[in-house]
Design a protein around this ligand. Structure first.
Ligand SMILES: C[S@@+](CC[C@H](N)C(=O)[O-])C[C@H]1O[C@@H](n2cnc3c(N)ncnc32)[C@H](O)[C@@H]1O
Length: 340
């Protein structure tokens, strides 16, 4: 083995050990700690390099990160807020390290992409939770990735689930965004939602156990039985109304009334309306109002959908830009051909 490669290997083993001993540290923090110890990698050796560390797909500047990765009792690792995070803030946006290409990501394709990654990134992928190996023994690449579909982001993959989530995630233009959906206090866990909103406690427990292999003990699942029943009924009602809205498209005013009802029901669950729900429902109401030529109402709805889309998708996203056009001129939606 060439001398440089051996040095790299030692550095790599030390870095991996440091990550194991300090699971709360991000890769970038480890790189920071080991600054100065880095050696140049052999070309194609897949070893660590200072440059590669700082070009890691994980956000590299640790100072201002609003989260840190840390062990969470009973959940493996998770994301903890390093400061107060306000509703609407973008927590992290990242590119996937592995992703589906041309609609099919078979195992051999994942392995091929994996083999081309920096060793540090490979380590982070293999460090991810594998639901088939909960104690960490016998992990496989596919188990860490979770499925042979979709894409894998290193930070957002660490977000655990809560049925009363304070953040949410989504794909925009090949990158994944994690945004704050309800104010998060410093030190609080940042949790997203893996499943549908419209399920009762029992249904959610079954789904999380079957799909993800854990029993959820989030505040929504642990609340007193009377409140749980009340909230289960609200969630079911949200689901029913959601389904009924399209059935009422021929009667736009009635459909808009249902949109208003759904939005107010979300607030009865003790948290603000999820931004994604706001985008979808307000855009529906915009189109319904437009179909009745109720322009003042259409303007109000599209302004609301636009404001929420700035959070879910970001200001330069195709969706936000399209909504911005409708805010300026609601009737331009008719020129596109209104179809509800
Ligand atoms: C996408 S990973 C989240 C990060 C993971 N905790 C880790 O250490 O890499 C999903 C896995 O995390 C665990 N998990 C997520 N939310 C949880 C929760 N609320 N309670 C217990 N385990 C949870 C489950 O094992 C689940 O299959």
């Amino acid at each position: 083995m060439a001398e440089g490669a051996a040095d790299n290997d030692t550095w790599r083993q030390e870095a991996v050990q440091m990550q194991k001993d300090n699971p709360e540290l991000t890769t970038a923090q480890i790189a920071e700690k080991k600054k100065g110890e880095l050696v140049k990698p052999e070309k194609g050796s897949g070893g660590y390099s200072k440059e590669a560390r700082h070009e890691s797909p994980v956000q590299s500047s640790v100072k201002d990160l609003p989260y840190r990765i840390a062990p969470i009792p009973g959940k493996g690792l998770g994301l903890i807020a390093t400061r107060q995070i306000s509703r609407g803030e973008l927590i992290v946006e990242e590119s996937p390290v592995l992703m589906e290409r041309q609609g099919f990501m078979g195992f051999s394709q994942i392995q091929e992409q994996f083999d081309q990654l920096e060793a540090s990134v490979q380590d982070q992928i293999m460090d991810l939770h594998d639901k088939n190996a909960p104690d960490g023994n016998g992990k496989t690449l596919l188990g860490g990735v979770g499925s042979s579909n979709g894409a894998l982001c290193l930070v957002i993959s660490r977000a655990n689930h809560s049925c009363i989530n304070n953040c949410y995630h989504g794909w925009v233009d090949g990158r994944e965004r994690l945004f704050c959906d309800a104010d998060i206090a410093s030190g609080e866990e940042i949790c997203t939602n893996y499943i549908q909103w419209h399920l009762t406690t029992d249904q959610r427990q079954r789904e999380l156990q079957t799909q993800f292999g854990f029993a959820c003990d989030c505040p929504a699942c642990m609340q007193a039985e009377s409140l749980q029943k009340k909230h289960d009924a609200i969630r079911l009602k949200i689901g029913q109304l959601d389904q009924s809205i399209p059935e009422l498209y021929p009667m736009p005013s009635k459909a808009v009334a249902l949109v208003e009802q759904v939005l107010s029901l979300y607030e009865k669950l003790g948290r603000p309306i999820p931004y994604v729900a706001e985008v979808r429902h307000c855009y529906d109401a915009f189109q319904l109002s437009l179909s009745e030529r109720n322009i003042p109402a259409a303007k109000r709805w599209i302004q609301r959908a636009y404001a929420a889309s700035l959070i879910t998708d970001g200001p330069s996203s195709p969706q936000a830009l399209r909504f911005e056009r409708f805010v300026k001129n609601p009737l331009s939606r008719l020129q596109d051909g209104l179809c509800i």
